[in-house]
Design a protein around this ligand. Sequence first.
Ligand code: COA
Ligand code: MG
Length: 298
Amino acid sequence: MVMIRSWLFVPGHRQKMIDKSPGRGSDALIYDLEDAVPPNETEAARTKVAAALNAAQEGPRRFVRIHGAGHGAVDGDLRAVVRPGLEGLVLPKVDRPEDVLTVDRWLTELESQAGMAPGSVRLAAMIESAVGLIQAPAIAVSSPRLAALMFGAEDFAVDLGLFSFRQGGLLAYARSALVVAAASARLEVVDKVYVDFRDPDGLARETQAARELGFTGKLLIHPAQIEAVHHVFRPTDQEVESARRVVAAFKAVPEEGTMAVDGRMVDLPVVKRAQWILRSAPKKGSSCRGERENGIET
Ligand code: COA
Ligand code: MG
């Protein structure tokens, strides 16, 4: 799957938000059936989200956040939204590999009923608890459907009994651990929501820090957050230019192994990173980043 920088949550019961959401410019939409929707609106939200998927054409990838595997509403959620137009499901509160595997099995049956190719519905697992974080490396390899791990920081803070967590070092550990777990399975890894949606500078700072930790994208709650996030995840002109020089120098004499470019040592990992930067640079007609992979192009 190509990399997704911006994942915009859209409450599943808000028809007006759903209607305009494909044109807002995010790489992906997450129609929410879980915590953004009051329980008495669940049924109406399922109907609205199903209609939005039926109408889906090109544009952002459409995901739906269903209830967690142990929740009584999950069966009804799945029956409503597994249909053409659905790219994948966001699974909340994933604590162990079985939470993913249960949904994986249900999906195989529902895809066949909906006339969809087996295995075509992707999964993104939200890690929102201490036990989920500890299990994250096992969760990351639990199903070939998995495309991403996501950090559910609000629920994580509740699980840890934190009053305030925005400045906390603990959160830095949790975020780093999640990035490593996702990278070990070559998955995308998506940083927490920034709830102060009228604070673009704070969002830009947090997104920059996330990018430096290794996150590949960010969860969003408001369309005004999209551009700032795209800006941070786009390589700067300077990074692209420097990467071009590294790749050109390597291609000229690949047998050298190690060489100097612009006064800095270049070896295979540096070349791989440069190639990754070039793949991530925006291309005409594409809003997504290059694919995460481990090989080196020669
Ligand atoms: N998705 C799509 N459209 C959204 C949106 C979202 N998440 N949030 C706001 N919009 C739209 C509004 O409908 C409005 O559209 P309009 O200009 O066509 O009328 C426009 O963006 C500006 O919205 P604004 O008035 O600034 O915000 P609001 O007060 O309507 O909504 C929130 C603020 C926080 C309630 C809303 O952004 C929201 O519900 N976000 C998602 C919350 C969520 O899903 N949480 C669960 C995951 S943590
Ligand atoms: Mg949550």
